[in-house]
Design a protein around this ligand. Structure first.
Ligand code: NAD
Ligand code: UD1
Length: 341
């Protein structure tokens, strides 16, 4: 049987690199394009060390439309594209909205045009639970209403889904699955790939591990007056390897023509929420290291609580998150320690 060829945009990034490994281990041939704006070329070597297979890599910016068209034309065709490449820092997107709209939306437009021109008909898209805002009813299902995004970053995800929906409506050969990720954390068990936050981390888990290792003095817990059991905000944390595996399942659904409409959307979470304090306590218990932390005011733009109803992914994709919070924490900690070696 011919090996299926998959193009991964943003494949040297955090979620992309874990997905490339899972793709290779599932027998796919992987090509990566990334402009390395938020990742390092050394990730390609690390991927090869884990899987024993070197992915094809091209340094290319999705905003370079001519370069992208040349790339597609010079390659044998791809069976599917998994599109991770985007900017993702919420705070930065508030300060530089045009940078975010340009990169995340122009990148998608160029990619869709190159796909259509070259008859590449399958796309898996990285979306986010941020499109739900603060849902009235929890857990959130795929049918929950979308609320106005509270950041330009979040808005790019919502608009991107609309662009993909309209494009699949207009081109019946084009099929796409959008995965709405909840909060990806953790790292590959080899500790050879993981999240590389740029500067001071915004996200909770890298801030915890950096505090534990001594790179940060103190962790601020944003808000202790939420309407939750301990007053801190609740999220659905998902192990990045479980998330990576969801892409393989979505990809196979596209390749096997199992989709029921041209554009399908799935929540990718565990279905279980943890508060900030629960995550800190779990970290301390799993590693034996005490975290220096204090309460701080709520962070602007934060929602109080969200977790996924993943039953549609469980039933229709036959995918389920398997890894526990402890496994997320231990792998994030092993990764943090590996960075200091
Ligand atoms: P990341 O920054 O680690 O990876 C994104 C990669 O895309 C980077 O390697 C970057 O260099 C590349 N890139 C960015 N713009 C590009 C361009 N114009 N051309 C080529 N390459 C470009 O981010 P991640 O955490 O792996 O996120 C991957 C995707 O998942 C993003 O679309 C993100 O918005 C989405 N997402 C992430 C999270 C999260 O918590 N990490 C949550 C929900 C959704
Ligand atoms: C954020 C983004 C979301 C994006 C995701 C991945 C916002 C409002 N949402 O999600 O759109 O998809 O990152 O990049 O920014 N916390 C602390 N102290 C810290 C850091 C975080 O208490 O130093 C708390 C937060 O207030 C939140 C929880 O930990 O309650 C998780 O935060 P974070 O990891 O930043 O993820 P989200 O805010 O859920």
């Amino acid at each position: 049987m011919n090996q299926k060829r998959i193009l991964v945009t943003g494949g040297t990034g955090y979620i992309g690199s874990h997905t490339v490994v899972e793709l290779q281990q599932s027998g796919f041939e992987v090509s990566i394009i990334d402009n390395l704006s938020n990742s390092n070329i050394a990730v390609v070597d690390q991927i090869e060390k884990i899987s024993g297979i070197r992915p094809n890599f091209s340094k290319l910016d999705l905003l370079n439309k001519k370069g992208l068209f040349d790339y597609f034309e010079n390659k044998e065709t791809f069976d599917c594209v998994i599109h991770f490449a985007a900017f993702k820092a919420v705070g930065e997107s508030v300060e530089k909205p045009l940078l975010y709209y340009k990169n995340n939306l122009m990148g998608l437009l160029n990619l869709l045009q190159a796909m259509l021109a070259n008859k590449v008909n399958n796309l898996v898209f990285s979306s986010s639970c941020t499109v739900y805002g603060q849902p009235e009813k929890l857990p959130v299902t795929e049918a929950s209403p979308l609320l106005p995004a509270n950041s330009p970053y979040g808005n790019t995800k919502r608009i991107a889904e609309e662009i993909i929906r309209d494009t699949t409506n207009a081109n019946s050969d084009l099929h796409s699955i959008s995965l709405r990720y909840f909060n990806p954390v953790g790292a590959h068990e080899s500790a050879m790939i993981g999240e590389l936050p740029n500067g001071i981390p915004n996200n909770l888990m890298p801030f915890i591990t950096q505090t534990a290792i001594g790179k940060r003095e103190i962790l601020n817990v944003f808000g202790n007056d939420y309407h939750t059991a301990d007053g801190t905000a609740i999220r659905d944390y998902i192990h990045v390897v479980d998330l990576a595996k969801a892409h393989i399942v979505a990809l196979n659904r596209l390749l096997n023509n199992e989709i029921k409409s041209n554009f399908e959307i799935f929540n990718i979470g565990t279905g279980r929420g943890y508060s900030v304090l629960e995550v800190i306590n779990a970290f301390e218990k799993s590693t034996g290291i005490n975290i220096n932390w204090k309460y701080s005011p709520r962070r602007a733009g934060d929602i109080e609580q969200i977790w996924a109803d993943s039953s549609i992914s469980n039933q229709i994709l036959n995918w389920k998150a398997n890894k526990s919070l402890e496994e997320m924490i231990i792998s994030a900690w092993e990764w943090e320690k590996s960075l200091s070696k």
